[in-house]
Design a protein around this ligand. Structure first.
Ligand code: ATP
Ligand code: MG
Length: 360
């Protein structure tokens, strides 16, 4: 008997600016994969949760949207941000509620130099830079705790309190060790600032060494975040899996993406490892108002995110094929301007689709 065709419910939030453009192309790629494989269907629900909607209705996410969103199998996100809405509103009204309410406590960022893409580091090739960054995604410095007193006076005091919990740190460490164990080099570097911050960062260090005992096969290594930026630039080949707090992970992964060639090629996954809620996949770049509407954005970061989504859904074969097609295309020189090419995003998409058909 024929195996049953699997159906995945995908909620897609293109958002703003180039987010809309890269998602449109990614949907074309996903439709091609569906046709080629024939073993799964993607039931894609396009959600218009943009800054235009916020300006019109005063909200990004409709209040009654949560049950349906929770029932989806994965979320494919573009980018949000508009010159007309302060950045902290799109963050606190859209991105953070999604991550928090859906318990996406891990942000996973694979960083590699793709074939045909060059690093700004002289003499750094794809074999020198192959990292997996595990960023804590639910608490820490982005907990939103604090306040302002004596506002608008010379005595103004603002506090921004980072919250670190044993639960939050421990589950992040276990996730990072599991990832490190599955990679060829089995090496995990933990990043803190425990010389200057004596509470949360010290707890982070302590739990790292506790959990490390359960993983004797993983090589461990500890760095202060400032020294880590230097090491990433000068000795990239000494790093493999990296685990860091919400703030440090945010900053280090932007640096990492730039070292790998462009933020336009970098992908990220916001994961609920318990799988009780849908996980969310998105390129790490923003809405890029400076190039929006010109059709020149690099869609590779979103294609890569879609590949990670397929992998999370259990479609390993489709994920691997998409990565291979993308890498063949970047290697052939069909690239957008941010990575030194002359193509537009539609040309890169057509090349990836042609390559998928070729490889299948
Ligand atoms: P937002 O407010 O949404 O974060 P931003 O402009 O602050 O937007 P990014 O969108 O990440 O931040 O853009 C930073 C720079 O990188 C911009 O100059 C942008 O044009 C460029 N950039 C970002 N993404 C891409 C991409 N996919 N392709 C090409 N260039 C990109
Ligand atoms: Mg930005």
């Amino acid at each position: 008997s024929r195996p049953q065709k699997r159906t995945y419910r995908i909620a897609s939030i293109p958002g703003d600016g180039i987010g809309v453009e890269v998602i449109e192309q990614t949907v074309k790629v996903l439709r091609t994969m569906e046709d080629l494989f024939g073993s799964f269907t993607l039931d894609i629900d396009m959600l218009d949760w943009s800054s235009d909607r916020y300006l019109e209705k005063g909200e990004y996410i409709p209040a009654d949207a949560w049950p349906k969103l929770r029932a989806s199998d994965a979320i494919l996100f573009g980018a949000v941000g508009s010159p007309d809405v302060p950045d902290d509103i799109s963050l606190w009204d859209l991105i953070l509620p999604l991550r928090k309410k859906l318990n996406q406590y891990i942000n996973l960022r694979p960083i590699r130099i793709l074939p045909g893409v060059s690093s700004p580091l002289r003499s750094c090739t794809s074999s020198d830079l192959d990292w997996m960054i595990v960023r804590e995604n639910s608490e820490g410095e982005y907990a939103g705790q604090g306040g302002t007193t004596h506002d608008d006076t010379a005595q103004t005091i603002a506090t921004e309190v980072a919250i670190f919990t044993r639960l939050g740190i421990e589950r992040t460490m276990r996730f990072a060790f599991d990832i490190a164990r599955d990679r060829p080099r089995k090496k995990l570097t933990m990043v803190t600032k425990s010389n200057a911050q004596r509470h949360g960062m010290v707890l982070w260090d302590k739990i790292f060494y506790e959990v490390a005992k359960e993983y004797p096969d993983v090589e461990t290594d500890k760095m202060l975040v400032d020294a880590m930026t230097v090491r990433m630039v000068l000795k990239p080949q000494t790093l493999d899996t990296i685990v860091a707090t919400n703030l440090h992970g945010d900053i280090l992964s932007d640096l990492a993406a730039a070292l790998a060639g462009s933020i336009g090629v970098a992908a990220s996954s916001n994961l609920d490892p318990t799988r009780q809620n849908p996980s969310m996949f998105e390129p790490i770049h923003g809405s890029a108002p400076d190039i929006a509407g010109q059709g020149i954005a690099n869609p590779i970061g979103t294609f890569w995110s879609a590949a990670e989504m397929l992998r999370w859904l259990g479609e390993e074969g489709a994920a691997d094929l998409l990565m291979k097609a993308m890498e063949t295309v970047t290697a052939s020189g069909t690239k957008t301007r941010d990575v030194g090419g002359t193509c537009n995003l539609a040309q890169v998409t057509e090349a990836v689709i042609a390559e998928l058909e070729q490889l299948f």
